[in-house]
Write a new protein. Structure first.
Length: 305
């Protein structure tokens, strides 16, 4: 009986957690069927670095961190402000990002192609202008430079937060994660992504040293929203810790540009590690999304299980 009660409690919190992230009323992300379907492998298996990193809960912090970093580029920021519904439907925008991340990580090659096509169609509509100094400058979400910025901001954030807040070692190390996850953006039109941590750092530093990053009133407005998004009460309390964890993990130059003050690491790192383990314990160790991808690989004989 205690085991049954524990399972019911885990199921209750699991549904609420996945409903929050996916927007699905029953807590079952609608793209699970996409990940489970097909008779071919995908970009990754459970033995690969991206699979392990993206299945762990460091991505909860990494996602917040990536949004903060991305907000430093005025073209990316303009695209978000002009073409997204982040203020009126922040969780809807989040679920779209999670869909691309999880389908690309755990889905088949065909699922990845279709998901990339969906994202590319969205990118075609994201165009406009922003002020570069006193002069207007045009932007396109599909520009290789902007694709690269979004990619390296996400990649470095997920990698850093896994290293700081998660215990599981990365198969092949950090370089393996960078080189393997760079395959994910080829279908989006980016063929020159970093292949190592050194190249990743060089790319991020290049954006900074070329003066392409800045923090203005629009940036600060978005950062205020990221700091305090509309969330249910309990989720909001946990989010405050995750936001602090994201700020602590930022590169010093990015944190300085954003005007964010980091709390003492010892006040944040330990509690965040504990909180992520607690979330895993409360909702249960199994991820329906990861399990869908693993089951497909077992079914087609691409993974021993």
């Amino acid at each position: 009986m205690p085991g049954m009660r524990n399972n019911r409690v885990q199921e209750f919190f699991s549904v609420k957690f996945r409903r929050l992230l996916s927007g699905a009323p029953d807590g079952v992300p609608p793209w699970i069927a996409t990940i489970a379907a097909g008779d071919e492998p995908g970009l990754y298996t459970p033995a690969d670095a991206p699979w392990l990193v993206h299945a762990d809960f460091g991505t909860l912090v990494g996602g917040i961190r990536a949004l903060l970093v991305q907000a430093l580029h005025p073209a990316t920021l303009a695209g978000v402000a002009d073409h997204s519904r982040y203020e009126t439907d922040a969780l809807g925008r989040l679920s779209g990002t999670i869909r691309w991340l999880t389908v690309t990580t755990f889905g088949s090659h065909e699922a990845v192609r279709r998901e990339a096509s969906r994202v590319n169609r969205l990118h075609e509509r994201v165009t406009g202008e922003y002020l570069a100094g006193a002069e207007p400058k045009s932007y396109r979400a599909a520009d290789p430079s902007l694709l690269l910025w979004v990619h390296v901001a996400f990649m470095e954030s997920f990698l850093t937060c896994h290293q700081v807040y998660c215990a599981a070692p990365i198969p092949g190390g950090a370089d393996a994660y960078v080189s393997q996850w760079s395959r994910s953006v080829t279908p989006l039109g980016l063929d020159s992504a970093p292949q190592s941590v050194a190249q990743l750092n060089e790319s991020l530093l290049g954006f900074y040293e070329r003066g392409e990053l800045r923090c203005d009133d629009r940036t600060r407005e978005v950062v205020r929203f990221i700091r305090n998004p509309p969330l249910p009460a309990i989720a909001g309390l946990v989010y405050k810790l995750l936001f602090a964890a994201a700020v602590v993990s930022l590169r010093p130059e990015h944190r300085q540009l954003l005007g964010l003050k980091a709390p003492q690491k010892w006040l944040v790192v330990g509690p965040t590690r504990f909180a992520l383990r607690a979330i895993r314990l409360v909702i249960g160790p199994e991820s329906p999304i990861e399990e869908a991808g693993r089951s497909r690989l077992v079914r087609i004989g691409a993974w021993a299980g």
